[in-house]
Design a protein around this ligand. Sequence first.
Ligand code: PMP
Length: 428
Amino acid sequence: MSRNQALFERACKTIPGGVNSPVRAFGSVGGTPRFIARAQGAHIWDADGQRYIDYIGSWGPMIVGHAHPDVLQAVQAAMADGFSFGAPTEGEVLIAEEIAKLVPSIEQVRLVSSGTEATMSALRLARGFTGRDRIVKFEGCYHGHADSLLVKAGSGLLTFGNPTSAGVPADVAHHTTVLAYNDVAQLEEAFASFGDEIAAVIVEPVAGNMNLVPGTPVFLQALRELTARHGAVLIFDEVMSGFRVALGGAQARYGITPDLTCLGKVIGGGMPAAAFGGRADIMQRISPLGPVYQAGTLSGNPLAVAAGLATLRLIQTDGFYERLGTATTRLVEGLAAAAREAGVPFASASVGGMFGIYFSDQAPACFADVQHSDTARFNAFFHAMLDAGVYFAPSAYEAGFVSSAHDDALIDETIAHARSAFAALARP
Ligand code: PMP
């Protein structure tokens, strides 16, 4: 038995499903999850010593590659001074200033430890600020696992949302309205019907949790205009897209200024750090200044802040995003060409250092489109690539990530493996 297999069997005895976050379990693709022993640059090694080119990058944070020497050194230096104090530190001031500099819509920011905390806190703040309860989200966007966000659409536009998870009270879900992503007409209808009840609209401006589906400029512009007109708070959830699709995130790429922004992943450089921030008049409603309560024992943890600051410095080097974008484009265009040669229906897209691959003729524009992707083909492709030493996300509903450590040679090696995988898929 392989060590991966042995570890998985052991893990399943004491950890539900053997994993500490569901998608790691290979539930939709089948097979044994790889237990990762170490990582360096663009590579990860599993418990059996097998090496993979990694296109997950811890689901986004590892934008400068794994175990980058600058990040490692920053964390080691911070570690020597102690792990956590539960009191303010200079590092928190430095990272707050850095975030505000890179994302100008953020006048004030508060650090938390996960993206879930960031979105949950931003929503509470928006509700406290507006005095309203209703929130709007979009089908296929994931904002972490807070109760009010684990909600799907009711049977019609004006119905209340229904929980997508057991354990979420219907009373909580009722305050969430779920609309179709990129559908401007539906958005306008919702605002015309109950715009003045909406505390906040939360959106992934580039959606990375239904594979990759970029928001259209007209949709994001409509969101900005309608929320402003109705006094609702516009929250960009840039936990994934922040520092990933551009240095200033999706808001810089699209030229749209949200009221609040949620950040995560890259700002922790692989350590647990996330943040929410935005307009000072809204942020000042938080405790201890205002009546909206929010707190965290490990918020602004010195080691996480050190990793984040070192990562934020590296991504500001000249040409970083041009190179990242070029590498990502090289990958998705190479994959698409390989699929075409083999006659396999396939589409791909990328924004900055994020990409999507779909086993259908057209790149999707919303969640309903994503469901037309051929998941059986995706699963076969995933396993063929894994066997060849290329680690893509183990789900047809996840985006992929490229880091600055993915050079042309690694990308071309990936494409060569994909050519064989597509050829095998095309055989009857
Ligand atoms: N928002 C978005 C857009 C995300 O992609 C994620 C996680 N993938 C979250 C929020 C939740 O972040 P976390 O897993 O750190 O709680």
